[in-house]
Design a protein around this ligand. Structure first.
Ligand code: HEM
Length: 105
């Protein structure tokens, strides 16, 4: 086998490997318990997630939620009651928010 044939075989093998070991698809919704959600508090490089009515939203890049804090409220929690009763805006602010998953009971 000459060098050219070897190179062709190596390229073919690399192509085959790259097809069979494709990166896992990310279409499975994230499912977290409230205990697991607590880790996503927006601190120490963690993502900032909040849950409202069983849906988890990613507010990591929201300027209102710097370091997972917003008007005295903390990310990593279920804030269903608070957003409805303690905020002036109610759930309307969630319309543009990024949904990333659901709370696992
Ligand atoms: C999830 C639970 C949430 C709670 C408990 C909450 C709470 C509050 C509170 C108490 C205020 C009034 C602050 C003041 O009077 O100075 C406020 C204002 C505000 N919040 Fe929230 N908030 C929540 C979620 C969000 C989200 C997800 C966003 C945006 C993505 C957001 C954006 C804002 C903005 C822009 C204001 C300024 C006033 C307004 O536009 O109505 N909040 N929030």
């Amino acid at each position: 086998m000459n060098i050219r044939q070897r190179i062709v075989i190596i390229i073919a093998l690399l192509l085959l490997i790259s097809c069979t070991t494709s990166t896992p698809t990310n279409d499975e919704p994230l499912r977290l318990t409230l205990t697991e959600l607590a880790e996503f508090n927006g601190k120490d490089g963690n993502k900032a997630y909040i849950a409202v009515d069983g849906i988890i939203y990613d507010v990591s890049d929201d300027p209102n939620w710097v370091n997972g804090l917003h008007n005295g409220f903390e990310a990593g929690k279920d804030l269903s009651v608070e957003i409805k009763n303690a905020s002036p805006h109610g759930v309307s602010k969630l319309e543009g928010a990024i949904k990333v998953g659901e709370i696992k009971k």
